[in-house]
Design a binder for this molecule. Structure first.
Ligand code: PLP
Length: 362
């Protein structure tokens, strides 16, 4: 089956098979890694290697800490203003480019004086702003973006400069994390739920500039304070051990593929054949997203013939082993999520099906 789900999403088959082989007897210990102490030598080695491999993949500079957290990216919507703002009256700026950055903005309003610096709502979240159109408050503690809107399929190809006195850019990279190289040094905080490109749900990765750690608002729960996790190497309490272990296997796999520059080439090719099929369909399939910001990860489209045909399309595709193509409940239509682990063969099968479906239902 080819799984086009937006998350939890497909994982590399070789990673799943390796996890299966190691499941009941991890490295000859006679135990599963799920059963082991998070303070034992086996898990300690696994989390350290996961961090080292992630650092290698993204060339994370020494100025930044890598944290393995819990609570999903949604928890970071609160954690970011709690850690970066002195109090709820500190201004913060948000680019609202889709549902996820809108949720981040609304949560941040509880812990900072959050403003919308640009909104794509009137354009139904199909575009991103020219960077000069982002109305940044020079007093803002940070500028927040969502690098890839999972529901609307809008992806930043470059990043705006934060024009605030702190010079801090924050990004929710949940749905394009590790899909391409990123200059981590440009960001104060990058955070991402793992369950799209790098592992199972349950672990959230944050990459935080070290000088931003240690100034959390006094009301910050201990589990949301970056310092708690930085000081304890992500082992303050029981971490999501199995999820972190799987992320480690995925990082190894991405390195073995030649790193993120190679991964990006594959992703660009996969997305390219899908968008080309949509654009060559003569308006049969419609992707509303402006071409320059189309996501390499989440490809939303509709059928000009309407929702009934979309339903038929999704049902027939599922019968042919292409599952989870339904668009998000808030926008409808079709969405093909084609993260790192989606093989080219899956996208080739989908585009062949799209051409065939169109020929059969003109
Ligand atoms: N941000 C983006 C871009 C997402 O796609 C998602 C989930 O799909 C979230 C945040 C929320 O993540 P979580 O479910 O890990 O809280």
């Amino acid at each position: 089956v080819y799984n086009f789900a937006a998350g939890p999403a497909t994982l590399p088959l070789n990673v799943l098979k390796r996890a299966q082989a190691e499941l009941v007897d991890y490295h000859g210990s006679g135990m599963s890694i799920m059963e082991m102490s998070h303070r034992g030598k086996e898990f300690d080695a696994a989390i350290k290697k996961a961090e080292a491999d992630l650092r290698a993949l993204l060339a994370v500079p020494d100025t930044h800490a890598v944290l393995f957290l819990q609570g999903g990216a949604t928890t970071q919507f609160a954690a970011v203003p709690l850690n970066l703002c002195a109090g709820p009256s500190d201004p913060t700026d948000f680019v609202v480019s889709g549902s996820w950055s809108d949720k981040a903005f609304k949560e941040a309003k509880k812990f900072s004086a959050a403003s919308v610096a640009w909104s794509g709502k009137d354009g139904k979240y199909t575009a991103l702003p020219p960077f000069d159109d982002i109305k940044q408050n020079p007093e803002a503690r940070f500028l927040h973006i969502c690098s890839n809107e999972t529901i609307h399929g809008v992806e930043f190809k470059d990043y705006p400069e934060p024009r605030n006195k702190s010079g801090i850019l924050v990004a929710d990279m949940s749905s394009n994390f590790c899909s391409k190289p990123v200059d981590v040094s440009r960001f104060g905080v990058i955070y991402a739920g793992a369950q799209k490109n790098v592992g199972p749900s349950g672990v959230t990765i944050a990459i935080v500039r070290k000088d931003l750690i240690g100034n959390a608002q006094p009301i910050t729960p201990v589990m949301l304070d970056f310092k708690t996790h930085a000081d304890n190497a992500s082992l303050y309490n029981t971490p999501p051990c199995f999820a972190i272990y799987i992320c480690g296997l995925v990082f190894e796999d991405l390195l073995a593929q030649g790193g993120l520059a190679e991964v990006e080439k594959k992703n660009a090719y996969k997305a390219g054949i899908l968008y080309d099929t949509i654009d060559a369909s003569g308006g049969y399939y419609i992707c509303p997203v402006e071409k320059s910001v189309r996501s390499l990860m989440n490809v939303p489209f509709t059928l000009a013939k309407g929702p009934d045909f979309e339903k038929q399309f999704i049902a027939e595709a599922a019968k042919e082993g292409m599952v989870q193509l339904k668009g998000h409940r808030s926008v409808g239509g079709v969405r093909a999520s084609i993260y790192n682990a989606m093989p080219l063969a899956g996208v080739e099968k989908l585009v062949a099906f799209m051409e065939d479906f169109q020929a059969r239902n003109p």
